[in-house]
Design a protein around this ligand. Sequence first.
Ligand code: SF4
Ligand code: SF4
Length: 204
Amino acid sequence: MPLSGVDIHFECTRCGNCCRNSRLALTIAEAETWLDDGHDVQVLCEATPWLTDPAHADAIAQHRLRRSFSAASGELPLRIVVILAANLVGACPNLGPDDLCRIHARRPLVCRIYPAEINPFVALVPGNKGCPAEAWKSDLPILQRAGRIVDARLATTSAGHARPTPQTSAPSGGCARSSKSEMRQSPTKAFAHTASVASRCCAN
Ligand code: SF4
Ligand code: SF4
């Protein structure tokens, strides 16, 4: 059920669920760094038949148009979306034994914004996230109001990731598990869950 009209409260419990069994969408620069660190990067491609360009008012289709390139399968025109991703089977290689991120200062943008969505057309649904129930209690700080992320810097970072734009400064929101000195009490990675794998990679 869309929750665009409902306040969503959130505070990270530092459970570490979002750093396990996920797929992290990476910018090109992040993918290069991920490879430099000795980890694998997946290249995911999604083809969509594209007979005509969408109307300007079709924001979802315009979004897909912006982040894709044209191709053809025989006579059939296509748009291709390419996603670079780190596939986490088990714990992220950057997750320390204390469940804290060992690359906090340079962690991927998608890690910074979780549980916010990177696709502006995908509604944030707490039940689709790896965060435990106690992270969404109504007496916690507001993460989203009227369908919009409250923290302006988090929203900007999220939008920036949807159109992979390298950023270097961390928003005030984002997953609170970090180095001990940077643990925050305010909110704040993307995607739909598959059967048992919480994917943070969205081709929409
Ligand atoms: S926050 Fe750090 S440990 Fe967690 S998934 Fe991102 S890079 Fe890995
Ligand atoms: S962002 Fe959610 S899943 Fe990740 S550590 Fe915090 S509460 Fe757990």
